[in-house]
Design a protein around this ligand. Sequence first.
Ligand SMILES: Cc1cc2nc3c(=O)[nH]c(=O)nc-3n(C[C@H](O)[C@H](O)[C@H](O)COP(=O)(O)OP(=O)(O)OC[C@H]3O[C@@H](n4cnc5c(N)ncnc54)[C@H](O)[C@@H]3O)c2cc1C
Length: 507
Amino acid sequence: MMERNLVSLTRQAYDVLVIGGGIYGAFVAWEASLRGLSVALVEKGDFGSATSANSLKTIHGGFRYLQNADFKRMRESIHERRTLMQIAPHLIHPLPVIVPTYGHGMKGKAALAVALALNDAISFDRNRLADPQKHIPQGHVVSRERCQQLLPGVRSEGLTGGAIFYDAQVYNSERLILALLRSASQAGARLANYVRVTDLLYQGSRIIGVRAEDQSDGQQFDLRARTVINTSGPWLAQVTGLLKQSTFPGPPLLSQAMNLVTTRPLFENYAVGLPSSGAAGSRFLFVAPWRGRSIIGTWYGVHPGNPDQFALSEAQIQEFLAQINQSYPGAHLTRDQVAWVHGGLLPCDGVEHQTEEPKLTKHYQIYDHARDGHPGMMSVVGVKYTTARDVAQKLVDRVCRSWGQKAPASISAQTPVYGGQIADFNEFLQGAIATECLSPEVTQRLVYNYGSAYPQVLSYLNGAAKETESQTDSPPDSLAIIQAEVSYAVKEEMAQTLSDVIFGELN
Ligand SMILES: Cc1cc2nc3c(=O)[nH]c(=O)nc-3n(C[C@H](O)[C@H](O)[C@H](O)COP(=O)(O)OP(=O)(O)OC[C@H]3O[C@@H](n4cnc5c(N)ncnc54)[C@H](O)[C@@H]3O)c2cc1C
């Protein structure tokens, strides 16, 4: 159980204090706890509710990094995709992707067939996993006719066929963060949401902790640590701005990014990469199946100011809708078919002169503020949800080195997260459907969200629902299950508001 106890939080000094409970902070907390370090993490809002809740849910296998021959980044992504499927088998699943091919150039069928072969060769070890459900088949090309069958309504002028390869998808990006935090908490980490870091504590020029504020009553308190880790995502510059001096340039700008979730699926079974001809220039639009709907991304624009003032406008949503309909005329997507808009901020290195598009930061960065004369604090610029574990592993190595210590070996790539104790996903799912007195859809949703921990959610079914079930032999209704999920979130996962629970469902 994750308990929000600010009295016990302040009772000790920690090895590592993490600012921010997005995917980067959560992985750092888990990684450091697994290595036997004492850890605290504070988050100013709800865990995982900022950028990490708004991702397109793709766990990249790095296929598109091929066009820049960025093999290092590809290998990192391939490794992390496999690792995430292994440690969170309920949340991360293979995702077949089809890209229609046009003409005879770099987007043509022959060029993509070569790219698929290279991708298979570079990801030679992608299937070193026991669970057959996580198996990633080889890529292949299909004919023009087959492509049209799979993607009715796709632009047919110049169409030569399609390239099929695999990525992976996270079913619920917030639940992975909660699973990591729960794991860290079990390993001894102390966590608190709705606690904002407002200042840094110094001993000479060394950072020795933070001043924090409880967002519920404005109470201030101090937390001490050997090293403070700044994983505050878009607020990175605000936190480094608390330093007396810093030469850390950080990303100079932030980019706004948006995905739309539709009320109906645009395509079945496959995610589709569509060339985009709108203001997004040469980017691909990605339309992925997600929980019976489509999630479509990603629109980008430069964010002019403060991350606290970020909001997408109706005009921007309309602009993205127009781009989607232009790239895929068969979509006929209207505003009332948009069920949900995901928006977040990403690090950005500047603006393209010709298109005025933001140039997204490509590589993560770990910055030790000892370089500015302030030992005791490191900042992380994360660029992908996919690679957060790898960055956390490298960061904890670096923290231990900064103390002059040899880091204990990392085991986060082999250790299942909370709820991830599943050897064979399909077998586990079918077993749950056969055993539980619930509709298969409800059981499936519980298994995908909570994995092997789903019975704990059911233990919150209230007495009335259990009684109805035993008297009538009919399964508890969906409302009773949602009530159980709310009680579970409040009692075991520190949910403080109804939106903490509801947003978790939408992410
Ligand atoms: C639209 C969109 C689509 C994307 N699609 C993908 C994708 O498909 N695949 C992929 O791999 N990546 C994707 N990304 C990128 C990915 O989502 C981000 O790289 C990742 O989520 C960043 O995580 P983070 O932990 O750094 O930031 P965040 O999730 O923003 O976490 C930072 C946290 O720090 C907290 N914080 C800030 N200041 C303080 C303070 N003073 N005190 C306490 N807490 C504080 C914030 O409240 C926040 O919760 C996408 C991003 C966007 C926006």
